[in-house]
Design a protein around this ligand. Structure first.
Ligand code: DAT
Ligand code: MG
Length: 168
């Protein structure tokens, strides 16, 4: 089909504005128990992020301890491990331009009472120990965490016909 200039086709761009990144997202046991998985996934989808992997699972203590190794020794560590292993979680990888920062923004600050209105932790949370989600905080931690939670062949590389309207 020949398209006229205003036919609704996005202009092609070879300017890379933001790097395409992948980030680990966990819907912690409180999200799952409260029936908020769909709501949170909906927000990430509407933001334009692309799902790369998803796994509904019961977290073993060894995985929880490795994931939160950086917090070992802190006063809240034992409670954090107990919380994340207490019931199933939904582990996911999402990708998009600047995905690490974008997802952290959608989740909101660690303490729900400091999270911006409109963020998940603000809109659905009150306490730091029940803050619903995890999202990687930097490129290095994203790479380590994705490798910890997923095998390479569980990560799906794909595209959507709408991608050119979301990713410049
Ligand atoms: P984030 O999950 O925003 O990356 P973090 O990595 O500093 O935050 O901490 C990991 C989790 O540990 C956090 O989501 C909730 C819990 N946590 C952090 N600080 C806490 C505190 N002061 N008291 C209780 N739980 C805390
Ligand atoms: Mg963190």
């Amino acid at each position: 089909m020949v398209r006229s200039p205003n036919s609704g086709t996005p202009p092609s761009s070879n300017l890379v504005e933001e790097p395409l990144e992948r980030t680990l997202v966990l819907l912690k046991p409180d999200s799952v128990q409260r029936g908020l998985m769909g709501e949170i996934i909906h927000r990430l989808e509407r933001r334009g992020l692309r799902l790369v992997a998803a796994k509904f699972m019961q977290v073993k203590p060894s995985l929880a301890e490795e994931h939160y190794a950086i917090h070992k020794g802190k006063p809240f560590y034992d409670g954090l491990i107990a919380y994340i292993t207490s019931a199933p979680v939904m582990a996911m990888v999402w990708e998009g331009p600047n995905a690490i920062k974008a997802v952290r923004q959608t989740m909101g600050a660690t303490r729900p009472t400091e999270a911006s209105p409109g963020s998940i932790r603000h809109d659905f949370g009150l306490e730091v120990g029940r803050n619903l989600t995890h999202a990687s905080d930097a490129a290095e931690t994203a790479a380590t965490e994705i490798a910890l939670w997923f095998k390479d062949d569980e990560l799906v590389s794909w595209s959507r016909s709408i991608d050119d309207w979301i990713f410049e």
